[in-house]
Ligand binder design. Structure first.
Ligand SMILES: Nc1ncnc2c1ncn2[C@@H]1O[C@H](COP(=O)(O)OP(=O)(O)O)[C@@H](O)[C@H]1O
Ligand SMILES: [Mg+2]
Length: 199
């Protein structure tokens, strides 16, 4: 299943933007966000945004698209099995923000800081998080503030220590490719995700 217009209960993809090429099948390919007729019926705040991602490049393209709408102060939860594409999406987001270095999951260090001129981006991977005391000792709590954007892989492992998300991204593995569901959960998060629907 790789077509967004399959009967999968999901809203169609939004119209493309900028350099998007109309391929007509509602699939994000590379840097192109492809319009899928008919026009999206639910573009209001709080609507989940869904996209079929045939390959790694498409996952990065969704990350880049998120980079254009997210703001400092938000916490983004990235959920999905091992290999679902959480780090790949983060990589695309960071590239779009201008970071040219290596991006890998901070599985052992738990968090990686990417400083930008006006905000810090913290990329958490809590897969191996077990020591609750480490949360306070390492000062993780302070990382969630108005001037930081936090992306969290394996948020389930953070338990009650982790502040709730403004935006949640769920990545599901398909036979080939992935499907992503993006939802704003707070007012600020909903406002950002609503912008994903704007052509
Ligand atoms: N949409 C996609 N279709 C197929 N493979 C993908 C897609 N997105 C990412 N991948 C691949 O899946 C693998 C695991 O990705 P990764 O981002 O490390 O997953 P996670 O962080 O969720 O464990 C990588 O080899 C990546 O290239
Ligand atoms: Mg990862």
């Amino acid at each position: 299943m790789s077509h967004a217009d399959d009967d999968n209960g999901l809203p169609p993809l939004p119209s493309g933007e900028g350099n998007a090429r109309a391929l007509g099948d509602g699939v994000i390919r590379g840097a192109n966000v492809v319009p899928s007729p008919p026009a999206p019926p639910q573009a209001g705040e709080g609507s989940p945004y869904s996209a079929t991602l045939p390959d790694d490049t498409a996952t990065q393209a969704l990350g880049a698209r998120l980079a254009r709408v997210l703001e400092p102060g938000l916490s983004i939860w990235l959920s999905g099995d091992l290999g679902a594409g959480k780090t790949t999406l983060t990589r695309g987001l960071l590239r779009e923000l201008g970071y040219g270095g290596r991006v890998k999951s901070p599985t052992y260090t738990l968090v990686e800081l990417y400083p930008f001129s006006s905000f810090n981006l913290y990329h958490f991977d809590l897969y191996r998080f077990v020591d609750q005391d480490e949360w306070e000792d390492a000062g993780f709590r302070e990382y969630f503030n108005d001037t930081s954007l936090c992306l969290v892989e394996w948020p389930e492992k953070g338990g009650a220590l982790l502040p709730g998300p403004d935006v949640r991204v769920d990545l599901d593995i398909l036979d080939t490719g992935r499907i992503a569901h993006v939802q704003g959960l707070t007012e600020a998060g909903k406002k950002c995700i609503a912008r994903l629907f704007i052509p």
